[in-house]
Design a protein around this ligand. Sequence first.
Ligand code: SF4
Length: 470
Amino acid sequence: MESRRPLKDFGIIGFSLAYELSYTNVLNILDLGGIPKMSSERSDADPLIIAGGPAAFNPEPMADFIDAFVIGEGEEVIEEIIDLYKTTKHKKELLRKLSTLKGVYVPSLYKTEYNEDGTINKFFPEEDGIPDKIEKRIVKDLDKAFYPVRQIVPNIEIVHDRIAIEIMRGCKHACSFCQATAIYRPCRERSKERILELAEKSYAMTGHDKISLLSLSSVDHTCIKEIMERLNDEFNKKAISISVPSLRVEDALKDLPVLIAKVKKSGLTFAPESGSERLRKMMNKNIDIEKLFKALTESFRAGWRHVKLYFMIGLPTEGPDDLLKIAELIYKVSDARREIDGKSANVTASINAFVPKPHTPLERSGMCSIEILTEKKALLRGAMKSKFVELDFHPFNMSYLEAVFARGDRRLGRVIFEAWKRGAKFDGWQDIFNFTFWSESFVAAGVDPRFYANRERPKDEILPWSFIRL
Ligand code: SF4
């Protein structure tokens, strides 16, 4: 945008597929950039279109549009891709060479055969010398990996208008619904020296007034307390705020609020995921509720007033009692402030439908139908009457689509194309999302979305992502 150079003039275009509902935006960007949307329609004169990111761990729904996927971490493989790109003239030859790189999947070189019931019978490379399994890429040493300190400073206000420093990759916990822990395994830390160096350099290069420390569970970094202290010492005087978005309830948490409180009283976020001990156990979400309340009390004492809680509904085996326990927990959290100043805390409970994700222990579970989820929502709403509590339900039809594409195969390419033709874009934005585009597109493409979202997959069924090795 800043150089006004048309997208089609670039050699390689890379998309990060963070979320299944961003797929139509990929088509839209290609279209606006003057690039054929179908991989099969691109010539040597068109850019090479690659994609990676968490959603690429099941690349199949986007197989028609992407020339090559990177499965796993990109810092090292991107250089190998560029080297091959520079030395190979024709795209067909380039794709073949790319397919031999570890972690690179070229969908056009593979074929899927289906059984009569629509399940996969066989998935295989069509030529000799192409790997039949794709092993994900992992960067061994985060300290040595490239990190972009010269981050782009846009001249408009953007969503993440801050310096982002990834302090850790992966998570040492193993919640059974969590795709992130599975795909970013093993858990690796960036050293505190490198984090401080990156913070200083990024600040010098950008002048942002916020630094956000990113990871799946920041409190698990072995040096988090020291990192926060050093960053606060360094940046407090410059009025730079430091935020840690992902906090998990652990012993170390009791030290954190005081540290962060020096800079900014942003909201405090916890993700108990369920109110029921039984379901938390089933999810392997081992939260010590006593510790949660201890941490909450500390936080209220340090000045926090607002708590955000994340829950999931529609989990396998969930019953009405489990839902009522969510309401119970929310009330208790709100009341925990009373012993500090006699007032209830404001609580926002963000409630998402459970979406089974590839590569997780729950990858074969079916998602609840929208009708059942709506009944569960009504039960929960009926149980929550406090003016201090806000229940924020993520739209179920968006989660439903997410489930379809998360566990879909390459037959869904037609649905994505149809939806884009009808005007679907920014599907992850609630104010723009239009479910009608999608329901019409499923019909037009002759695809039943329930086959992908709601169906429990038997143990012996070949999954569309079975060829990916983590
Ligand atoms: S703690 Fe969070 S990131 Fe880690 S496995 Fe559980 S849900 Fe995933």
